[in-house]
Ligand binder design. Structure first.
Ligand code: ACO
Length: 386
């Protein structure tokens, strides 16, 4: 067998769907992905309309509640998010103990630990669920920013109640109120990252929720799955690739070398898209705009990688969501090891909506494995084994 996902027929006639590729495991009302035409919709609304016309808060409300908020509902939701930002003091102590860990590991551990502060963690009522979701969304950037401050020996910057989710995140990381442009781009990136149907991390969250384990357990599993370099972790690999390439002229050789070694180009390829990821066009625009204002050559290197990847693109291996996002975060001044946590700030909303949907119509997720090892072996006594 190879690493490749797909269908394999066993000698006994059984069929194996490696990597569950193409397998539909439930119905959902959250996110539509049409991988052939490159369409992406949240609750029936095009990602292109949402990214151009809404804020992160409006899209988060939509994903969680199934419909766009009225003005009153949106105001209330924003206030609730601002009011829920405070992290328990014990979690700050935990961060202090773990401060030298990778930010994604620290975040994952904090999420798991937060369960112990929620006396209603098994309460699935609408009221408890809404309050918990708001708390989790609100606290995710605060956890990341608190760790970032603590690891530099600084006191965490208190959240600013006059700033929305996106702006406050940058503010807590950097200590200054971000520009209008930076605020708008972070809003857009959080919207684009908010959900993506049954990706590996969402699937992991649903598997855990499917056993009726609690929300914190499901989110911890989601972060664990997300961190790998074939999924959310790819964003760190993209920036490492850009640095390894160094100048646009060297991109073609770099890509050819990966190709010769049968290694994937990071930020390219996707299990469900056979065309450009529809999120990439907005990310490209933002990366280009920020790049035009700096003398950094990272965007030019990405363009050269795209040129070198043209033959692959004809085969449907195109840029994915991580490709341009890496340069955007870099040009916004976010350290490399916070790229994955920054993506998680957006994706938390989708995980919560997906966990909520799983609980609402729960089924234990329990697929099969085709056993292909030896059978009916005679048992040798320990003394007889070589
Ligand atoms: N570069 C070069 N070739 C690629 C790439 C790539 N990035 N991605 C896929 N291919 C090729 C494979 O070599 C394979 O070719 P073959 O049929 O000749 O062997 C074919 O396309 C199918 O690839 P698979 O790995 O089987 O496809 P799968 O659906 O399992 O892969 C994945 C999806 C893991 C995302 C893959 O494209 C990859 O490794 N990309 C790089 C990592 C990355 O950017 N991940 C982020 C995804 S977006 C996100 O998770 C937020």
């Amino acid at each position: 067998s190879t690493h490749t996902a797909g269908i394999e027929t066993q000698t006994d006639g059984g069929v194996v769907y490696r990597g569950l590729a193409g397998v539909t495991f439930d119905q959902s009302q959250i996110t539509l992905i049409d991988g052939k035409q490159g369409r992406l919709q949240y609750r029936g609304y095009s990602i292109h309309d949402l990214v151009e016309q809404t804020t992160f808060e409006e899209t988060a409300f939509l994903l969680l509640n199934g419909q766009l908020p009225t003005t009153t509902e949106l105001d209330q939701f924003k206030h609730q998010l601002v009011a829920a930002r405070e992290i328990p003091a014990t979690i700050l102590e935990l961060i202090q103990l773990l401060k030298d860990g990778h930010p994604t590991e620290v975040l994952r551990t904090c999420l798991s630990a937060l369960a112990t502060f929620d006396a209603e963690r098994l309460d699935g009522s609408v009221t408890a669920t809404k309050a918990r979701s708001i708390r989790l969304i609100a606290q995710m950037p605060c956890l990341i920013a608190a760790h970032h401050a603590i690891r530099q020996g600084k006191t965490p910057i208190q959240p600013n109640p006059t700033l929305d989710h996106a702006a406050n995140f940058l503010y807590m990381l950097q200590g200054t109120i971000p520009s209008q442009q930076a605020q708008q781009i972070v809003n857009q990136i959080l919207i684009l990252h908010a959900d993506h149907s049954a990706n590996a991390s969402t699937f992991a969250a649903r598997v855990v929720a499917g056993t009726r384990s609690d929300w914190y357990a499901a989110l911890t599993a989601a972060i664990a799955a997300f961190a790998g370099p074939l999924h959310g972790g790819a964003i760190e690999q993209v920036i490492a690739m850009i640095q390894a390439i160094g100048t646009p002229e060297r991109a073609a050789d770099y890509v050819a070398n990966l190709q010769a070694n049968n290694q994937p180009v990071m930020g390219f390829g996707h299990r469900v898209y056979q065309t450009e990821d529809p999120r990439a066009r907005h990310l490209r625009k933002a990366a280009q705009a920020l790049s035009a204002q700096s003398d950094n050559n990272y965007y030019a290197i990405l363009e050269a990688v795209v040129q070198a990847m043209r033959p692959y693109m004809a085969k449907g291996i195109d840029v994915n969501v991580d490709f341009y996002a890496s340069v955007i975060y870099h040009l916004l001044g976010i350290p490399y090891d916070l790229f994955v946590p920054a993506f998680i700030v957006g994706r938390t909303v989708g995980w919560l909506a997906q966990i909520q949907e799983q609980y609402a119509n729960n089924i234990l997720i329990r697929p099969l494995l085709a056993y292909v090892g030896p059978i009916d072996q005679p048992y040798p006594a320990l003394s007889q084994r070589q």
